[in-house]
Design a protein around this ligand. Sequence first.
Ligand code: SF4
Ligand code: SF4
Length: 305
Amino acid sequence: MSFLNAEEPTVYELVNDFGINILWHPTVGMEMGHQMDKMLKDLVSGDLALDIFVFEGSIIQGPNNTGKMNLFTERPMMEWVKELAAVAGYVVAIGDCATWGGIPAVEPNPSESTGMQFLKTAKGGFLGADFVSKGGLPVINIPGCPAHPDWVTQILVAIAAGRIDDILIDEYHRPKTFFSSYVQTGCTRARHFGEKIDGGFGERQGCLFYEVGCRGPMTKASCNRILWNRQSSKTRASHPCLGCTEPGFPHHDLAKGTVFKTPKTLGFMPKEVPDGEGKFSYFVKAAVAKILPTSKELAVEETTK
Ligand code: SF4
Ligand code: SF4
């Protein structure tokens, strides 16, 4: 569904302007039933070329590593994944489930789920740490829950145009062009982060880091630079960033009361500090910022003079 919302380029442009032939997709794929079964077999045998294999969803290996919990055309999906990855020019994993296992892989992980080439932060996953596709690259990971549609279509265009070697990937195989800066970059609440002004769900002012668990300062993604639907983002809509593009997602065991809540030390200091900050220096800076008057208070003083 996210893919269909792409705007730069759109799915229509992907097909008509960039000449990408979408062999199959749950919504826009033309082949069904036996036709699709035949097409998949033709891809595996090499009768039909598979330039890019895009996979979404965790690799379900249960029960007991048989993969029978998730059948596709009457065989375990994981068998299709292994065979298609072996013949594809490039392999792209879309969303947190395909990249690092996502919510299905949260302990105790009853479906034995994993990502294509990572399980959480550990390299390996289903295809193994050494996997490289025929084009010579490991799995390209586009995480997110969901992944931003323009991240998907722009990477597909880069591959189709023969420019994928220009795209650098980080240690988790994320294209650096989208995953170098933090969600906080471009956040309209960044000033209030610095001034330690708390905000909450639905509030237009204030930072969502201190009480409702925003992970914007430790999450690499361009959500506040390349806006969703070209107009908004979670933090702009008064919703904390959940850190969905980081391999630790969902970052909690999902027990009641652990989500949308900032874990605290001594009952008042956030347990996790922004990336690149030492805990001690952050706490000192935070204490000073709390003592100094905020711009909000200075503005009030000005108007009362
Ligand atoms: S912590 Fe979240 S709400 Fe606060 S400035 Fe950073 S991204 Fe924005
Ligand atoms: S704002 Fe955070 S949780 Fe929302 S899509 Fe971006 S990285 Fe994911």
